[in-house]
Design a protein around this ligand. Sequence first.
Ligand code: MD3
Ligand code: FE
Length: 218
Amino acid sequence: MFTLDLFAELPRSADERRQLGPGAWLLEGFALAQAVAIVEAVRSVEARSPLRHLVTPGGYTMSVAMTNCGRLGWTSDLRGYRYATHDPLTGQPWPSMPEAFVELAQAAAVAAGFAAFEPDACLINAYEPGARLSLHQDKDEQDLAAPIVSVSLGLPAVFMFGGAERNSPIARYPLQHGDVVVWGGEDRLRYHGVAPVKAGEHPLTGSRRLNLTFRKVL
Ligand code: MD3
Ligand code: FE
């Protein structure tokens, strides 16, 4: 067994917009100016809907801790994956999506060529050292025409970008604090994951990496 590593030469423009695929764009540092405000807003979401380690339908406890804000939130248990209007932990609706989140997600979508992005869900992933996300597709959303916007904060991570099939070759990209990636069109259903996060300290997030994914579910 071996893994094919594709360290592709990416077209790079002056504004640091790198194209990872026909519908996938890496906007380096796009969220840097808002990073402090976003991390503060994540803390207020966490205060109402705490981060938790979800159990997969297969019975595994995820190493990544998760919570949500917005009208819908992604959740998992032994019965399956789904989007829900209420936090199963608290029984309350998920905290509303802060206006600054919506504006950032929309601006990133526009920068990647996707107009009129109206996310109704924001999944917040928190990685402690060693936490990882194994290869998966995001296909629990009804609206697969809309892109997914992802914002990385705190410790860096290696993002794994596969193809249409689980065994497609995988490219690896480092994601840094403030990077935003937009995935849509042909790239929307590609397999992807995150390699185990290495230990470190970040001035804003301490020992963790945060990732926010904005989705249009309905
Ligand atoms: C490529 N999160 O929450 S974001 C997830 O860094 C998730 O926490 C990762 O995958 C993280 O589902 C990666 C980047 C991402 C998100 C959705 C995608 C990449 C994607 C959908 C299609 C293709
Ligand atoms: Fe995903």
